[in-house]
Design a binder for this molecule. Structure first.
Ligand code: ADE
Ligand code: ZN
Length: 319
């Protein structure tokens, strides 16, 4: 089952940066970010807020379009080796040039060119531009403008990550409306650090197509039923949720209960080196813990392909 071709929809490019690459880049720039690593050189954090803090510190080592090209090549090599054939990654204009449109375009081109070079390894990359919730709605609007100006065959979606407990979703509606009008697929991190009400708000106030995480929907049976009826797809990242302490173990994670309730879901890594995970490891642990079989993983990948934000032509090539 770990050898199956995989579709991964919830993945942050910077969050997939190998720690050694970030350390090298920081050293080359005389940037002291040693606090983000443990004694073994792995990323170190004690809780979600510290994770967000060290994540941003790691991003501070990535500056130029060339840095992003190097990052993209390294990440795609590792991800292709996991059997991933289609990857939708979150890219943030806040980190790629500080939401300045011309800097964003330069970073994006470098990433796209690196992705084209990696296609020979059998992996196709598409981008979901993401704003960062705790930076507020004005900044989100700038990120949406970057997304709308570059929407096309490579930039296919718009989303929001960051601290879900900050701000109200409806204040971000303008940014999401702009992205929707540009033809982008929409997703938002919800139902991870806030409860089921945040998933309901994402659907009503931002009218998103998919939900990033969404697992705390399990706390509201009416919402679970609604998700199943509407076929709303959850981008579930079990290893991330366990590593960040949302659930004490995979056995306690609601993924299997959601699936049995008829909710459409996909499995992703989120930020693999931060959570000591890979797609193969996610699949192996789900098989071990819940007895999922090859046919279950294959069905889940069809759901993921259907829910991907790429155009129909690209989707057809992957079938
Ligand atoms: N940014 C990167 N990973 C994230 C996560 N799991 N939740 C919110 N924001 C993130
Ligand atoms: Zn995420």
């Amino acid at each position: 089952m770990t050898d199956l071709p995989k579709i991964e929809l919830h993945h942050h490019l910077e969050g997939a940066a190998p720690p050694a690459l970030i350390r090298d880049m920081a050293r080359a720039r005389n940037l002291d970010i040693s606090r983000i690593f443990d004694a073994e050189g792995a990323y170190y954090y004690a809780d979600f807020l510290q994770f967000l803090d060290i994540y941003e510190a790691a991003c501070s080592a990535l500056k130029t379009p060339e840095d992003y090209a190097r990052l993209t090549a390294a990440v795609l090599e590792e991800t292709a080796a996991e059997g991933v054939i289609y990857l939708e990654t979150f890219l943030s204009p806040d980190f790629c040039g500080g939401c300045d449109l011309s800097a964003w375009v330069e970073h994006l081109e470098a990433i796209r060119e690196a992705a084209e070079r990696a296609e020979g390894d059998g992996i196709l990359l598409r981008a979901t531009v993401t704003c960062i919730r705790h930076l507020g709605p004005d900044r989100a609007r700038e990120a949406a403008r970057c997304a709308a100006e570059t929407a096309g065959d490579f930039v296919v979606g718009f989303g929001m990550a960051g601290d879900e407990r900050r701000g109200r979703l409806r204040d971000f509606a303008y940014a999401f409306d702009m992205a929707r009008e540009a033809g982008l697929g929409l997703t938002v991190h919800a139902g991870e650090w806030s409860g089921p009400a945040s998933v309901r708000e994402a659907l009503s106030d931002l009218r998103v197509d998919r939900i990033g995480h969404g697992v705390r929907a399990i706390e509201d049976p009416g919402l679970v039923e609604h998700l199943a009826e509407t076929g709303t797809v959850l981008e579930v990242c079990p290893g991330s949720n366990v590593a960040l302490g949302l659930y004490p173990s995979l056995a306690a994670h609601p993924i299997d209960r959601l699936r049995r309730a008829g909710v459409k879901l996909t499995v992703s890594t989120d930020d693999p080196p931060f959570f000591h995970t890979t797609m193969r490891r996610e699949y192996a642990r789900l098989a071990e813990t819940f007895g999922w079989e090859d046919s279950d993983f294959a069905a889940m990948n069809w759901v993921a392909l259907d829910a991907a934000f790429c155009d129909a032509e690209t989707r057809a090539k992957l079938k």
